[in-house]
Structures are given as structure tokens and as C-alpha cells.
Design a protein around this ligand. Structure first.
Ligand SMILES: [Zn+2]
Length: 274
């Protein structure tokens, strides 16, 4: 595999970053230098950086995400995380306006925050994203914390939003895992809905290899359902999944090389205008 774009990366330098434990689990240092080194080693040309969660219920600020991107020697671009309050939506849109060239997307943390994808609080965000053609990434599926709200992070909650907003580019993060067939239906049904395959494995374990094979099978089925690999985006969710493991899932998929190339970088290049 020659090249990849990572549509889903996390990083911070804060002690209370909740993803630190995944770094430990994977034997990663979880630093900017390590991340850039891993990217180079595995041929990942570019990554989209998203704010990680902090204890309790918070997130690393978008400002810190921007600052890390500025130190990344051009390898990382920021995605602005938008929390569900009027003030936060306003602040996110202000930041996107100021940093128009840098911002590659918005992120909504379904399942972690007390709001649904259809909440009115996001209306201005969706209006702006539609007008600017900026994708909105939604956390979906399993939550990293025990008290997440799965009814809010189930991928099918995005069907009504996609119905109402035809020109909003929606990215379903983590392929809705474990509701991957539902996600396959959504990317098949809606022209503007995509899904990333980040964060699907972590820490190996006794069934690590079998799980990688199972995920490769399920994602291949999604390509068959959709009639092609145009809607799937590669991602690691670093530090949740190691680069080697995330790439191994794509390598094991039973699809044409041209579709693997789409999944690894071509689709992301188009969706995020990289
Ligand atoms: Zn993530």
C-alpha cells in the first residue's frame, strides 16, 4: 500500500486525556513526535486531528488541537469539535470562519453529550457546514466510557438528518461499530453520507486476529452492498488503534485494489478537499 490519509486521529498533551489509557494498552507514548513518526513509517501522508475527551465529560480545547496541527510540519489538519450549547456552536463557527483554510471538518460527539443529531442547537452548525461544504463527523456506536448513551450514538439516528439535509456531508465515525450493517445501508442510501473505519480494534487480546478478520469481512460486505468502496474512509483513531492494525483491516478486505486505494486515501482527498 503506497499511501493513506487518516481521517480520524486524536492527540493532546494533557494528563487528564481519557485516551491515554488506550495509548498504554497499545504500548504507545501518545506524543506528537511518535504520531508523526508512525505516520511516516506507514505511509500516512496526512491526518485529521480531533479533540480527545478529558475527565469528567470534557474535551481538549479546539485551540490546543489547532496548536498541535501548527507543530505537525503540515501533516495534521484540525477538525473542530462542537459541543451542544448555543455558545459552543457560536464559538466553533467563529473559529471556522477565522481559520477557514485550515478547518477540514466539524465533529459532534453523539453518545457522549446530552443532545441528539437532530437537536435544534446544531441547526446553525449544519447550515454553515452545508453552505461551506464542510463535512460533519459524528461519533457513532460504542462509547469509550461506560456511561455513554448508545441510543443517541446508534448510526441509524443519522438517517433522518441525512433525509432532511441533502447537501450536508455526513461522516459516520467508527462505521457505527458494532452496527456496521446499518452503516452500510446508510452509505448506500444517502449520496452524501460516508463512514470511517477508525478505532475498530484496540490492544490485541486473545481474539485480536480473529476480530481483524471479522471486521475485514464486514467491511467487504459493506462494499458489496454499496456496490463499491467510494463511501468508506480509512482512519486509526490513534491512540485507540495502532497504524499497523488499522492498515491490516484494509489489507485483509476482499475487494478490488482500486477500492482499497479509494478507502485508503482517494475518498478522503475528495471529501475533505485535501
Ligand atoms: Zn475518535
Amino acid at each position: 500500500m503506497k499511501k493513506a490519509i487518516d481521517a480520524h486521529v486524536h492527540l493532546s498533551e494533557r494528563k487528564d486525556d481519557l485516551l491515554r489509557r488506550y495509548g498504554d494498552l497499545n504500548g504507545l507514548e501518545y506524543t506528537l513526535e511518535e504520531l508523526l513518526h508512525e505516520m511516516q513509517k506507514y505511509g500516512v501522508a496526512h491526518g485529521l486531528l480531533l479533540s480527545p475527551p478529558t475527565a469528567p465529560g470534557g474535551i481538549v480545547t479546539n485551540e490546543e488541537v489547532f496548536s498541535l496541527c501548527r507543530r505537525s510540519r503540515g501533516m495534521l489538519s484540525p477538525v473542530v469539535t462542537v459541543e451542544p450549547t448555543v455558545e459552543e456552536v457560536k464559538a466553533a463557527l467563529r473559529l471556522a470562519e477565522e481559520q477557514r483554510k485550515a478547518v477540514k471538518g466539524f465533529k459532534v460527539r453523539l453518545g457522549y453529550v446530552d443532545a441528539s443529531a437532530d437537536s435544534r442547537v446544531f441547526a446553525d452548525l449544519y447550515d454553515y457546514a452545508e453552505a461551506e461544504g464542510t463535512p460533519v463527523l459524528f461519533h457513532t456506536g460504542d462509547t469509550a466510557t461506560r456511561d455513554g448513551d448508545l441510543a443517541k450514538s446508534h448510526p441509524l439516528v443519522l438517517d433522518s438528518l441525512a433525509n432532511r439535509r441533502e447537501s450536508l456531508t455526513i461522516v459516520i465515525c467508527h462505521f457505527g461499530n458494532p452496527w456496521m450493517q446499518d452503516t452500510a445501508e446508510l452509505i448506500y442510501k444517502h449520496p452524501n453520507v460516508y463512514a470511517d473505519i477508525s478505532g475498530l480494534t484496540t490492544g490485541g487480546g486473545p481474539y485480536g486476529k480473529k476480530l481483524t478478520g471479522l471486521l475485514a469481512t464486514k467491511l467487504s460486505e459493506a462494499v458489496y452492498y454499496a456496490g463499491g468502496g467510494e463511501k468508506i474512509l480509512f482512519g486509526t483513531d490513534y491512540p485507540v488503534t495502532r497504524h499497523a492494525e488499522a492498515l491490516e483491516i484494509v489489507r485483509m478486505m476482499d475487494v478490488d485494489e482500486s477500492d482499497k486505494e479509494r478507502i485508503l486515501w482517494r475518498n478522503a482527498q475528495g471529501v475533505f478537499r485535501l
